[in-house]
Design a protein around this ligand. Structure first.
Ligand SMILES: Nc1nc2c(ncn2[C@@H]2O[C@H](COP(=O)(O)OP(=O)(O)OP(=O)(O)O)[C@@H](O)[C@H]2O)c(=O)[nH]1
Length: 398
């Protein structure tokens, strides 16, 4: 990006303590805290979803409600279950997305032998369960209800570089088994490791897998199953994009967020706007104009730049009780400076970033007819958006 001009020191620093995580290897193993370096990134804030103020809308929500129809325990922490064959890449996905493990280091991950459970305390509390590839989940020895009763999404990982017929067969068996007790489960199929495939082979494989899954389900009388397919790889942004879409289905306020972003885009001539969870780089909402991976990549890389700058110039914000997380830093900046703006020139377009709260940032790809001279107006509109967001997610403001 040429001639960047930073208006401010960008996002304030997040301390490792922001990323609270519990991990148990096994129900029997108990829980233990991990070291900060391994701490999580996707986090916090929808904890009190039921309190969220959802403006009335004549349009019924198109997405999962977040108050999960399968929920029996009702603790409101949806589960993402990572399932699939051995060595398909489940642990790598979880490590890269939630622990920022460099993709090349996944080569050294050991095979998972027991169910690995992790609780993410984030803008939304949820759990990620990584299953060993060899487990038969419907073995009578397993308490199936315990596994599936709080489910948010079942993520089935298929290694596209390997023989996948067995994986498809197991996936279909799983979906059909779950149909009786949990008909509303979101099944998300990650056709994974597509980085090693040629473009043609990649799309042929993708189509073939979709076809086989759908054919077999409809042979069993199960039409229009809620199964979504994604092409993913840990070596590019595709895995983050796919996870973004999976997570979005668990956010009940999504239609409201999209409507707010649409309105912001049309008023400010914004080409594309994303609401990002800064550290995980998962976007929790975007406007409803067509999404392309290119714009997501630009915004995601831009977050990296901003986070790097904030490592140097950021400051600790007051915590909820008014104390600084690092009392040694005597920061004199005012609180307003926590919402910051950075704009950069790239070709004819601008990227506009504004920190919305501790966890979320708004990033916009500005249209040609929205010059930097109008920044004051854009700031104002983004301020209005920020206030509206505070009403939709009251907890985010705390
Ligand atoms: N090329 C490529 N390799 C990947 C990708 N994701 C994971 N891998 C590799 O796949 C191998 C297996 O990954 P794991 O994450 O251990 O697989 P797993 O599904 O957790 O395996 P189990 O624990 O045995 O169930 C590792 O060597 C990873 O580096 C990807 O997107 N592309």
């Amino acid at each position: 990006m040429d001639s960047p001009y930073l208006h401010s020191p960008a996002l304030s620093q997040h301390s490792p303590s922001d990323y609270d995580r519990e991990q148990d290897e096994d129900p029997q193993a108990g829980s233990s805290r991990l070291k900060p370096a391994a701490q999580l990134t996707l986090m916090r804030y929808l904890q009190d979803l039921p309190d969220a103020d959802i403006p009335p809308s004549p349009v019924p929500p198109r997405f999962h409600t977040g108050r999960l129809p399968n929920s029996k325990a009702g603790d409101g922490k949806p589960r993402l279950l990572l399932m699939g064959q051995r060595r398909s890449g489940k642990s790598s996905i979880s490590s890269v997305v939630f622990h920022k493990l460099p993709p090349s280091e996944t080569l050294y991950l050991e095979t998972t032998t027991r169910i690995k459970k992790e609780s993410m305390h984030s803008f939304m509390d949820f759990q990620v369960w990584d299953f060993p590839g060899h487990l038969d989940y419907f073995d009578p020895a397993f308490d199936v209800d315990n596994i599936f009763d709080e489910i948010g999404a079942l993520i089935w990982v298929i290694d596209a570089q390997d023989e996948y017929l067995d994986a498809i067969m197991r996936l279909n068996t799983t979906i059909l088994n779950l149909q009786h007790s949990y008909p509303n489960i979101n099944v998300e199929v990650f056709v994974h490791k597509v980085d090693g495939l040629s473009e043609d082979y990649k799309s042929d494989t993708f189509r073939d897998i979709i076809q086989r899954v759908q054919d077999e389900l409809s042979d069993h009388g199960y039409e229009n199953a809620p199964v979504s397919f994604y092409q993913t790889s840990i070596y590019d942004h595709s895995i983050f994009e796919a996870f973004s879409k999976v997570i979005q289905k668990l956010i009940p306020q999504l239609p409201t967020l999209e409507a707010l972003l649409n309105s912001l885009c049309s008023n400010c001539h914004i080409e594309k706007a994303y609401l990002f969870d800064v550290l995980s780089k998962i976007y929790i909402a975007t406007d409803t104009s067509p999404t392309d991976i290119g714009s997501y990549e630009i915004c995601s890389d831009y977050i990296d730049v901003v986070v790097d700058v904030s490592e140097i110039y950021g400051w600790d914000r007051p915590s909820e009780n008014g104390h600084k997380e690092n009392p040694e830093i005597d920061e004199t900046g005012n609180n307003d400076a926590e919402s910051l703006i950075t704009m950069e020139r790239k070709g004819n377009n601008y990227l506009y970033l504004r920190e919305i709260n501790k966890y979320l940032a708004l990033i916009c790809l500005m249209g040609d007819d929205s010059p930097a001279e109008k920044k004051a107006l854009i700031d104002y509109n983004v301020g209005v958006f920020q206030q509206a967001l505070g009403q939709v997610f009251p907890r985010a403001e705390r």
